[in-house]
Design a protein around this ligand. Structure first.
Ligand code: PEP
Ligand code: MN
Length: 332
């Protein structure tokens, strides 16, 4: 349920209303937008007397939110959310370029790539330390050592780092990580999402291989319900009957998420296509479609990458994507 507050209402009056609602056992979210202040109510709102609320002097209107996602709903928070990440942010007017290897393989590899992607225009460095591989016999990542190497690369380049968590017990290792990624395979690992909801970290939540946008937003809701509003969504392709691509990039997710939610949405054209030659056209399409950023796999030696070499761009190809995407952004 949301209550739209009349213009000119003082902060004190809004506070009084919020405490009255909290006393009725509800979570209260205040969104001070460019035009209106909105009081969002989460919890069992059946106890609330809608007419009484609407009759209050400071209340302009009251609406029930029919969608099951509340905190992530744009009706709760009409302005775009901007998620602060180190010296940069995601959402609003800032376009994020997140780039780096699928997995951290060695100090030389991650340092070389970090410097190259920074020079090309990346705003954050990605790299997997804990890798969710389909086969248990494939490289599983350097784990804690991989995070250490990412932190070294962050120190060297100043780029905030993004890396995936697979198990909430590993959270202490992520203390200095700027953005914690929840991969497609864990999008509905609700216990993990609840633990991340207790932190204040920025969370990059990737859409599951076979999940709807409503399910993606409900997973974001799990994190937000715990008190962590710093969620960035990521469209990374879904599984369809098409076999020429690794997944099918659902570009309509971008305008739909913007319609339904205030959370930023970025696109990962690397996992969406599985082929380096398809990354640039899909990156341009994502930028044109209103994405808040891109996450792209870049490797200094794609042919010998321990993971996802076929979809990885060289640093030069990434630089070309960045400059072309910037041109698209200027046009739109
Ligand atoms: C990744 O970003 O390295 C990854 C494993 O992606 P996804 O979870 O989208 O498959
Ligand atoms: Mn990968």
């Amino acid at each position: 349920m949301i209550a739209v507050i009349k213009k000119g209402t003082s902060d004190k009056q809004i506070e009084n209303l919020a405490s009255w609602l909290k006393a009725q056992g509800l979570d209260v979210h205040l969104s001070k937008g460019s035009t209106h202040t909105i009081v969002g109510l989460v919890g069992d709102t059946s106890k609330i007397d809608e007419e009484l609320l609407e009759s209050l002097e400071i209340v302009e209107s009251v609406k029930r939110i029919s969608e099951p996602f509340k905190s992530a709903n744009r009706k709760f928070h009409p302005d775009d959310s901007v998620i602060e990440v180190g010296n940069t942010s995601v959402g609003g007017d800032i376009f994020a370029f997140i780039a780096g290897p699928c997995s951290v393989e060695s100090e030389e590899q991650v340092m070389e790539i970090a410097k190259a992607v920074k020079a090309a225009g990346a705003t954050m460095l990605r790299g997997g330390a804990f890798k969710p591989r389909t086969s248990p016999y494939d490289f599983q990542g350097l784990k804690a050592d991989g995070i250490e190497l990412l932190l070294k690369a962050k120190k060297e380049t100043g780029l905030p780092i993004v890396t995936e968590i697979m198990n909430a017990n590993h959270l202490p290792l992520f203390e200095d990580v700027d953005v914690i990624q929840v991969g497609a395979r864990n999008m509905q690992n609700f216990e993990l999402l609840k633990e991340l909801g207790k932190t204040k970290k920025a969370i990059l939540l990737k859409r599951g291989l076979a999940n709807t946008l409503k399910e993606l937003l409900m997973s974001a809701e799990y994190i937000m319900a715990g008190g962590n509003e710093n969620v960035i969504l990521c469209e990374r392709g879904i599984r369809t009957f098409e076999t020429y691509t690794r997944n099918t990039l659902d570009l309509s997710a971008i305008p739909l998420i913007h319609e339904l939610s205030h959370l930023p949405i970025i696109v990962d054209p690397s996992h969406a296509t599985g082929a380096s030659r398809l990354v640039k056209p899909m990156a341009l399409a994502a930028a044109a479609g209103g994405a808040d950023g891109l996450m792209i796999e870049v490797h200094n030696d794609p042919q010998h990458a321990l993971c996802d070499g076929a979809q990885s761009l060289t640093p030069d190809a990434f630089a070309d994507v960045c400059s072309s995407v910037k041109k698209v952004l200027e046009v739109i």
